[in-house]
Design a protein around this ligand. Structure first.
Ligand code: PEP
Length: 230
């Protein structure tokens, strides 16, 4: 199985998210049965998007981009894994933007990962070289079953810059991640992926898919990535 994951970040309100869905539906990209397409939305869009998705019948699975590191309780404003499990099947954790802007640590990411798994949501754990070993160790410290996670190599230099890393170099790091996680989990690459370069990553031996930020926002570009891998 190969994977394409879109990450809208803090973009698109409900109305815009439904326009996007109508847009991609009209484009009729070829969805291969060997390709799983996941879209990670803002919390506020998910319910309405899921409803429209089931009306249209497109094979897109929804995910969120964050979750609380705390269980249900007195934590004003937090969105828990227990709330999300009725809405999504996947959730991104450990994105470098959350490390940078919200000072998230590998321990917090591990706590989030554990709560997601307890609520049957697949964690999509983002990694970059400076904290790759530390992050995986933090998961093992909490006895997390890494075979139930997805991992994404996301070099900060490539995120949103239009400068992807060389696919062969990405494959090398994906091999390191595979080694550290006992070759049990899907491993993806993220960073300036486009319809022109997606297949050069996914054809690498250790890379099972791509995480797409900027080019997931535009239906034509995201449909192009789906078609290029189908
Ligand atoms: C991301 O932020 O996860 C990402 C991959 O972004 P972009 O595709 O814009 O580099």
């Amino acid at each position: 199985m190969k994977y394409v994951i879109g990450n809208w970040k803090s973009n698109q309100n409900i109305t815009e998210s439904l326009i996007w869905l109508d847009g991609i539906s009209a484009l009729r990209p070829k969805f291969s049965p060997d390709l799983t397409v996941i879209l990670c939305l803002p919390f506020t869009d998910i319910a309405a998007f899921n409803q429209r998705l089931s009306d249209i019948g497109l094979p897109i699975i929804t995910g969120s981009q964050n979750v609380s590191h705390l269980p249900p309780g007195k934590h004003t404003g937090e969105i828990t894994a227990n709330m999300l499990c009725e809405l999504v099947s996947y959730c991104i954790v450990g994105h470098s933007e959350r490390r940078r802007d919200f000072k998230e640590t590998s321990e917090v990411v591990a706590q989030k990962t554990r709560l997601l798994l307890e609520n049957s949501i697949t964690p999509i754990v983002c990694l970059d070289l400076p904290y790759l070993d530390e992050q995986i160790k933090a998961l093992f410290n909490l006895d997390i079953d890494v075979s139930r996670c997805f991992f994404v190599y996301e070099p900060i230099s490539a995120i949103g810059t239009g400068k992807p890393v060389d696919p062969v170099d990405a494959n090398h790091v994906a091999g390191q991640i595979a080694f550290l996680t006992d070759n049990t989990a899907p491993i993806l690459y993220g960073g300036s992926v486009s319809q022109d370069n997606a297949s050069s990553f996914v054809t690498q031996s250790k890379i099972d898919g791509v995480l797409v930020g900027t080019d997931s926002l535009e239906p034509t570009l995201f449909a192009g990535i789906i078609s290029s891998l189908s």
